[in-house]
Design a protein around this ligand. Structure first.
Ligand code: ZN
Length: 237
């Protein structure tokens, strides 16, 4: 559908779980997808939780990393290291970290994109950056704040992107303490997608992930990247 047509009817939905967002995947095995956002934009949001990534690497835990263009600009060498680590899939967390709106809605006081054209540039700006640096175009997109309208999601689909939603709120923007993060992880069932952050080493995420992942491994769970389960994604109808 041409972009101009999206402006003719206002979007009907606004949120994290709108039509077309992937929130889970089908699996016969005990599998969970861990996803970690790197938001960037401020000194605080541009940090790197090296201990978290070391834990995942040491224990051979695959994960999908949703990285924003601003975070890449602040951490170019770390980004390249992460992109070369075969455990990790690099996914797109936006160019300017904006909620993905076709008509300028806001959430948490953050202005979203304001048109179909801006939706495209929020997605493609960082896709192009990542592809230029790594030679690989991301397959998944997650907007800053993880908010969308259903038309913005449809536009992402026309660009060949799946929207990386989630079914388990792992760290609530890195505000949960370690035991709450671990508790959230341990509530996961096969096919769940967990959202956490890799840019807040000062928070409870790392310690909670270590506790939670170790408990899940004892229960026989393994971990997948979103592209590993691309054929069995479950989307909001
Ligand atoms: Zn973010």
């Amino acid at each position: 559908m041409p972009l101009a047509l999206y402006a003719q009817t206002p979007p009907a939905q606004w949120g994290e779980n709108v039509t077309g967002v992937t929130t889970k995947f089908h699996s016969e095995k005990k599998e969970i997808a861990l996803t970690f956002d790197a938001c960037g934009g401020s000194v605080r949001s541009s940090q790197y939780d090296e201990g978290l990534i070391e834990f995942l690497t040491t224990h051979r835990i695959p994960a999908t990393l949703f990285i924003n263009a601003r975070w890449i600009d602040t951490n170019p060498e770390i980004f390249m290291q992460l992109s070369r680590n075969p455990l990790f899939e690099i996914a797109n967390h936006g160019t300017a970290h904006k909620p993905l709106s076709t008509d300028g809605k806001s959430v948490y006081g953050i202005h979203g994109t304001s048109s179909a054209e801006e939706v495209v540039s929020e997605i493609q700006g960082n896709n192009q950056k990542i592809e230029k640096l790594t030679g690989k175009r991301p397959a998944f997109f997650r907007a800053g704040t993880a908010y969308y309208d259903e038309q913005a999601v449809a536009i992402a689909h026309t660009l060949g992107m799946e929207i990386g939603g989630f079914s388990i709120l792992g760290d609530a923007g890195a505000t949960f303490n370690p035991s709450k993060v671990a508790q959230q992880l341990m509530s996961a069932k096969s096919g769940d997608i967990v959202i956490c952050h890799m840019n807040h080493p000062e928070g409870g995420t790392r310690e909670g992930i270590i506790q939670g992942v170790e408990a899940l491994i004892k229960e026989g769970f393994t971990f997948v990247r979103l592209s590993d389960v691309k054929k069995s994604l479950v989307k909001i109808p």
